[in-house]
Design a protein around this ligand. Structure first.
Ligand code: HEM
Length: 227
């Protein structure tokens, strides 16, 4: 087997490994954190049940956000897109509507949350970026700009996936609360939210450059200098 074929096989295997990890983490996060809200519960310790409308806003936010989280990974599989183009379009619309509803409802949750100003800023940055990237992705596909649509969807899903990385960062930080007495859950939440927002954006941009822009530049260079 030539080294080019070998490296393509290795890359494909890596792609599937990373996709599998992403899908499992997305399904697990939605499966653990969203269902309690369908039956009047929560996994959050001492959740504020007094502020009017706050709990309802979490239900109205978590359900569509969880749906978007679960749909996302399947939209990125090229074979599924090619075999079931209609399903891709329908699920794409469900995804985008879910993101818009979840983001708009999160405006209320962010305003009334007692989690502190730095966390509120992180939520507002996320909300604006979530809506902006969704609008750009939709506009690109309406104009039949498929590659651009894909780039904006990678950016958008990276923000959706912040719900997963946020909870992953929380795990060691919550464990740290046992030994660091001044550390409060509020601080853990704030640090995790900012880390997930910034970290996911960086990973998404790296992925876009590696998988979409770099091959394009290489192809253009070959066309310009065929010898
Ligand atoms: C990326 C855009 C997102 C934004 C801006 C956002 C915003 C928020 C806000 C403001 C709250 C209330 C937190 C508080 O009062 O301290 C919240 C809670 C929640 N969000 Fe999101 N969220 C996003 C994505 C997601 C996704 C994709 C899911 C899917 C699982 C999700 C699931 C939840 C859940 C279950 C809660 C209730 C708290 C909990 O049980 O952990 N969110 N979100």
């Amino acid at each position: 087997m030539s080294s080019a074929v070998m490296s393509r096989a290795v890359r494909t295997r890596w792609w599937w490994f990373l996709w599998g990890l992403l899908a499992v983490l997305a399904l697990a996060t939605a499966g653990v954190f969203v269902p309690p809200y369908l039956v009047g519960g929560t996994t959050v310790p001492n959740l504020d049940r007094i502020t009017p409308g706050y709990y309802t806003s979490l239900v109205m936010h978590a359900v569509p956000a969880g749906l978007a989280l679960v749909i996302g990974p399947f939209q990125f599989v090229p074979k599924l897109r090619a075999r079931f183009p209609r399903a891709h379009r329908v699920m794409g619309r469900v995804y985008l509507v879910s993101v818009v509803v979840a983001a708009l409802v999160a405006v209320y949750s962010s305003v009334v949350t007692k989690s502190g100003f730095p966390l509120q800023v992180a939520f507002f940055v996320l909300i604006v970026a979530w809506l902006y990237t969704a609008a750009k992705a939709y506009r690109a596909i309406r104009r039949r700009e498929v590659r651009l649509h894909r780039i904006w969807m990678v950016r958008n899903y990276a923000l959706t996936f912040a719900a997963v990385t946020l909870r992953l960062y929380q795990l060691p930080l919550i464990a740290l609360m046992n030994s660091v007495t001044w550390l409060e859950y509020k601080d853990v939440y704030t640090v995790s939210a900012w880390m997930s927002l910034l970290g996911n954006v960086l990973v998404a941009e790296y992925f876009i450059i590696q998988r979409t822009l770099a091959p394009l530049v290489r192809r253009e260079a070959v066309t310009a200098n065929p010898g």
